[in-house]
Structure formats: structure tokens, C-alpha cells
Design a binder for this molecule. Structure first.
Ligand code: A3P
Length: 305
């Protein structure tokens, strides 16, 4: 497409027709054959649904809420990003980025318990994942995801986007960006939500009542928190604190020149920011697209709080 760029090119991956990099296409079998462990916890999301927030929460729970270690070790190293493990294989990746993004071999040898992040839909993940370990899936309303994904592309140098917001929304609805299509990704996870190894969360619930969602995750992971740890964790996960926390806001990647100077990865953290971006006409088109895609399901999104 005219405004969207990912060096090395893109590929549609089956099943599902998901847009990924060509490099991913060449290594997809390695991801499918990757061995999950029974004590892993995977955080699986469509991009911009609250992955980083949830990853940090899960990592803290599995590591006795060790905030000092969390603040001094980049999240990408503590809780590696599965498909970015392929960066070491991309000649166009900025130098040094591979050190921040552990390779598949390194992830394979990481000590337990591992926290693994992926934006891949279940279709492209190891087929026995949900039979093997716990997975936290986070969803977010599509309008805020579009806005957040737009700013993400403006911030990052790879993938990058040079057009306006309206064109971006058209790309989003027509599956011309990496990790799309959005609905099959989320609806497949929604269909699996009664699986005892899957916890399906919404970003909007975390915004509304973080404590309640933290309690759910703690129970799911069997990691009860006493009151002191709960207070510490809630403070640690607050937007104002997380956005200033260089270990989770990808400061090291920014220092390597992977991002533009303007802006930060943890950006605004609001539900309903779409109202500042979508014109009434564009909003109508997006609403029609959402309605069409939700017609046969009971999944409903909260668009504002
Ligand atoms: P915005 O761009 O709308 O601000 P992901 O980690 O999946 O890429 O999601 C990023 C989105 O989660 C960004 O949304 C970011 O600001 C938001 N986010 C990260 N930490 C947050 C927090 N503690 N509270 C609220 N939102 C948070």
C-alpha cells in the first residue's frame, strides 16, 4: 500500500489470511513448532489492546512483585515477544535491536516461569498452546485500537506509516496493515474463552477497575497477593507510573533509533480517544463495519467509560 511500509515486505499467512512480514512467513513453522511449557504464561493480544500493561502485571505476579528488577531490566528481555525473536534474522533491523529481542533459541532456554508475549492469532501459534499452559488474552474496542495503532505507526520507524488518519482507518478495515484482520483474531479467542487455560480480559475493564482485573489474573495464575503486594502492584501499574518507567516504555529501543523522537510507546491510556480522531462520517463507516462483524456473535465492546 502507498503509505504503509515494512522493510522486507509482507505476506498473508494461512489460515486466516493474517498479514505478517515475509520474514515471518519463512519462519512461521519455527513458531508453530515452538514448545510451550506447562508453567509458562502467555499474553496474547491484537496489537494496542493493552499487551504491555498486562505483560507487566503478569511478570510482577510471577516474580513476587519485584519492582526493582522490573524497573532495571527491559520488559522485552523479561517477557520476550515471540515473533520479534525473528529480528536477529532481519538484515534491515536496526543494529542492537536483536539484543533487546531475544531469539527463539534464547526464549527456548529461558528459566521458568516464562512470560511470553505474542500478537499472533491462535491460528498461527503452537497448536497445543492452550492444552499446555495458561494464556491471558486482552481485547480492546476497535475504535481506540485504530487510534492507538495509528500513533504506534507514527512513532515507530518499522512498521511506518506516512498517510493521514482516515486513510489509516481504511487500511485497518481492509486488512492492509500487519497483524490484521482484527475481528478474526479477537473472535477466535472469544470463542475459546471458556477454556480453563484461557483468561479473556478487556482493556476497558482494566481502566474501570484495575484492582478487580488484577484479582482475576492473580486467581487465574494461582498467585494470591497480600494487601501490601496488591498496593505495590496497583501503584506500579498506574498509567502515570508505567508511562515513566523506562523498562516498559521501550526506552532502550528508542535509544537505538527504533522510534521517532516525538512521542512515547505508552501514549495516552484513555478509553474513548477515538472521539478526538473520527469525524462523524468516518465514525458511521466504522460503526457499520463493527456491526457487520459482530452480527453473529455475542461479543460487545465498551466504547467509552
Ligand atoms: P494509547 O495509544 O491509546 O494510549 P499495547 O501494549 O498492546 O501496544 O497497548 C498500548 C496501549 O495501552 C496504549 O494506548 C497505551 O497508552 C496503553 N497503556 C499502557 N499502559 C497503560 C496503563 N497503565 N493504563 C492505561 N493504558 C495503558
Amino acid at each position: 500500500t502507498e503509505h504503509f511500509r515494512f522493510p522486507g515486505g509482507l505476506a498473508r499467512c494461512e489460515p486466516g489470511g493474517f498479514v505478517l512480514t515475509e520474514e515471518f512467513g519463512r519462519h512461521a513453522h519455527e513458531i508453530v513448532n515452538f514448545k510451550p511449557r506447562t508453567d509458562d504464561v502467555w499474553v496474547v493480544t491484537f496489537p494496542k489492546c493493552g499487551t504491555t500493561w498486562t505483560q507487566e502485571m503478569v511478570w510482577m505476579m510471577l516474580n513476587d512483585c519485584n519492582a526493582e528488577l522490573a524497573k532495571t531490566t527491559p520488559l522485552t528481555i523479561r517477557a520476550p515477544f515471540l515473533e520479534s525473536s525473528l529480528f536477529e534474522k532481519m538484515e534491515f533491523a536496526p543494529p542492537g535491536l536483536a539484543d533487546l529481542m531475544p531469539s527463539l533459541d534464547v526464549i527456548d532456554k529461558m528459566p521458568s516461569p516464562r512470560v511470553i508475549k505474542s500478537h499472533l492469532p491462535f491460528y498461527l501459534l503452537p497448536p497445543k498452546l492452550l492444552e499446555t499452559c495458561k494464556v491471558v488474552y486482552v481485547a480492546r474496542n476497535p475504535k481506540d485500537v485504530m487510534v492507538s495503532y495509528y500513533h504506534h505507526h507514527k512513532l515507530l520507524k518499522m512498521p511506518s506509516y506516512s498517510g493521514d488518519f482516515e486513510t489509516f482507518v481504511n487500511y485497518f478495515m481492509n486488512d492492509h496493515l500487519v497483524f490484521l484482520p482484527y475481528f478474526p483474531h479477537i473472535l477466535d479467542a472469544w470463542a475459546k474463552r471458556t477454556n480453563p487455560n484461557l483468561l479473556f480480559l478487556f482493556y476497558e475493564d482494566m481502566k474501570k477497575n484495575l484492582r478487580g482485573e488484577v484479582e482475576k489474573v492473580a486467581q487465574f495464575l494461582d498467585k494470591p497477593l497480600d494487601e501490601a503486594k496488591m498496593t505495590l502492584l496497583l501503584e506500579h501499574l498506574k498509567f502515570d507510573n508505567l508511562s515513566k518507567n523506562d523498562s516498559v516504555n521501550f526506552k532502550s529501543a528508542k535509544d537505538l533509533g527504533y522510534m521517532n523522537d516525538e512521542g512515547t510507546f505508552i501514549r495516552k491510556g484513555k478509553t474513548g480517544d477515538w472521539k478526538n480522531h473520527l469525524s462523524p462520517e468516518l465514525n458511521r463507516r466504522v460503526e457499520a463495519w463493527i456491526e457487520e462483524n459482530l452480527a453473529d456473535t455475542d461479543l460487545r465492546f465498551v466504547m467509552e467509560l
